[in-house]
Design a binder for this molecule. Structure first.
Ligand code: URA
Length: 430
């Protein structure tokens, strides 16, 4: 069949056969099927969905598009953590050294910013020199030496996802349960992990805006992990306000460094310790969650996790001076103030995420370059009291559409007269 026939089939809500999916993905990766046809296919999937069987077949077709890793020389369980994407979500940066300090082995394949959400690779690359594209030999050596390695997707590692991820970002097709499932799971299965902890974000700054959608995505992800023989734990966490104190790239990296030195935001640390705890339990380094969280906290208190963080930055060729002696690499700053007295009822994280793109923290088109040193500091949390003209956000930037960013940040804040009930950081574990 021609590519257009598969697009029409899905557009009309029909089920695709395994062979259809294989041909589409293989044709896309070989260059026979162009971006515009895959964009149309992605939009058809966005509206019509894929059932679990089709999603599993898509995941496998994506894995088959490139190479797979395997680490037989590293004894024991290889574990990874992945987030479905959030605003201010820097958890991977601090969680990897914490879990590694507790004996976990983590080959972490991370992504770039997607839609309004930030990406771990962009944050790491804010340290001059830091390389996320490594040779196979380097990956093995860094994993053995540091207990974790941070990798970007090379051209030959699940290339189908690499290209579709970038297309989805600019075609309004990110928020799709089967597409998120196949994107995440193809990478996690191909990277050679045996266990996965998934931080499934739910709320205004997440791709899953409500708990029912979050649970449906969890069901697809758990089903795919089980079919692939991967141990999995899904933690559904709150993304109804930005996570931590900063949004951007370099500033989130510095916030992570501070958190590893004992100065972490409370909600950020609660989530990080819980996710690290599951990594430690799935890796069989602790028998109970209590013991695992205790180990994670000790890894921070002893300085061991921060030591590994710096060691990894050096091993991946980053200049640790940028971490030890923070630099001011933006020209301008602007403060956004409260418009009235009251309590912060809402900080719409989607609006905050989009505002960060307007000052250069993320991409508007596939080809855009980002400004690693622009960012937003979030000075208030949901539930805090504020008085009129008190600062709520500070923007740091070099260039960009500041007016739009400012309007979005002002719009993101709802101030009410009554103290609102705060969401717990963790909603549910599956
Ligand atoms: N993370 C991914 O790797 N893929 C998605 O589609 C969403 C988040």
């Amino acid at each position: 069949m021609r590519a257009v026939d598969y697009i029409i089939k899905k557009r009309n809500g029909e089920k695709l056969q395994e062979q259809d999916i294989k041909e589409l993905i293989a044709g896309y990766v070989s260059g026979d099927i162009p971006d515009y046809q895959i964009s149309a296919f992605l939009m058809a999937v966005f509206f019509q969905g894929l059932d679990f069987e089709e999603t599993w077949q898509l995941t496998n077709a994506m894995i088959a598009s490139g190479i797979r890793f395997d680490f037989p020389e590293i004894e024991g369980i290889k574990v990874d953590k992945h987030s479905t994407g959030g605003v201010g979500d820097k958890v991977s940066l601090l969680l990897a050294p914490i879990a590694a300090a507790c004996g976990c082995k983590i080959p972490m394949m991370s992504g770039r910013g997607l839609g309004h959400t930030g990406g771990t690779l962009d944050k790491l690359e804010s340290v001059p020199g830091y390389r996320v594209f490594l040779t196979e030999g380097e990956v093995r050596k860094i994993l053995a030496d540091d207990g974790y390695v941070m990798m970007g997707q090379t051209e030959d590692f699940v290339p189908a996802d690499k290209r579709m991820y970038a297309l989805r970002d600019v075609t309004g097709t990110v928020e799709s349960i089967p597409l998120i499932t196949s994107s995440i799971m193809s990478k996690k299965i191909a990277e050679g992990s045996n266990a996965l902890v998934l931080d499934l974000k739910c709320g205004s700054g997440a791709f899953m805006k409500n708990i029912d959608d979050a649970k449906k995505l969890a069901e697809y992800i758990v089903g795919t992990a089980k079919a692939a023989g991967l141990k999995i734990k899904v933690v559904i966490s709150d993304m109804d306000q930005p996570l931590g104190r900063t949004i951007g790239n370099y500033n989130e990296l510095l916030e992570s460094a501070a958190a590893l030195q004992g100065n972490g935001d409370e909600r950020l640390m609660e989530l990080t310790y819980r996710l690290a705890g599951w990594m430690i339990v799935l890796s069989e380094k602790a028998a109970t969650m209590e013991e695992a969280v205790d180990m994670a906290k000790k890894a921070v208190a002893s300085g061991e996790a921060f030591k590994l963080f710096l060691q990894n930055i050096e091993h991946q060729d980053g200049d640790i001076d940028y971490v030890i002696n923070p630099k001011k690499l933006y020209k301008y700053s602007k403060t956004i103030y409260a418009q009235k007295n009251g309590y912060i009822e809402e900080i719409n994280s989607y609006d905050v995420g989009i505002a960060s793109i307007y000052i250069g923290c993320g991409r508007r088109t596939k080809e855009d370059t980002i400004d690693h040193y622009a960012g937003i500091e979030v000075l208030k949390k949901v539930g805090d009291s504020v008085v009129k003209d008190e600062p709520i956000f500070t923007l740091f930037y070099n260039e960009g559409d500041i007016e739009t960013a400012q309007k979005l940040l002002e719009k993101s804040i709802v101030i009410s007269d009554n103290k609102p009930k705060k969401n717990e950081i963790i909603y549910e574990e599956i």
